[in-house]
Ligand binder design. Sequence first.
Ligand code: PGA
Length: 255
Amino acid sequence: MDVNKFRRKIIAGNWKMNKTVSEAVDLANTIKRELPDGCDMDVVLCPPYTALKAVGDVILNTRIKLGAQNMHWENYGAFTGEICATMLRDLYCHYVILGHSERRIYFGETDRTVNQKVKTAINSHLTPIVCVGETLDQRESGSAKDIVSTQVRESLDGLNVDLGKIVIAYEPVWAIGTGRTATPQQAQEMHAFIREVLSSMVGEEIAQTIRIQYGGSMKPANAAELMSQPDIDGGLIGGAALEALSFVELIKSLK
Ligand code: PGA
């Protein structure tokens, strides 16, 4: 199977709780202007909710796609402070990050709630970017694979063929925002393992079509080597996505 046909590279910028509307518009405009022509990959910007509309307007009719950083699993109702999939679609979002470790750690997100959200996202024609990854303690105690396998199985429970419609992001918690990146070998080993877990859930053929991004201190200096690994299909970028030049430089380094 020609996996490149299904696993088009995907680079997504997760801006987290950064950028006012005007800062976000500036950043999106510069990225749009500086992005190299003919770069054959999906590029996604995930600003905070407050800047989704404005950034969406900047990238309208370009090949850059819009993503959100979270959403609720219900489609409407009395859930003060929450945002639903319908609202994201209304703003032309194509992607939504779900189960980021910061949401798991600080806001009590569980595999069960991630699973509910993934199902709603797919039903709403949003592509979920489902985040998994172990903490430093878990890696050092030798349980990283068990943890990641449970996260994958439970977050994606009951999805079956719909699994082909998702993106997974492997983000070791110890590498996020720390400047400490997984080595290409460590990342590849876990990506291949995640693909094995997916294969046991839906079969080899579908598992081979699922894109798995790496996230955790990915930057222009290390992106190309990470992305040269056979099971690494993209990057979820935090810090290096907050500056247009480093984000664009990272993308250019992959050409
Ligand atoms: P980082 O964040 O690139 O700043 O480590 C990645 C992420 O949290 O998605």
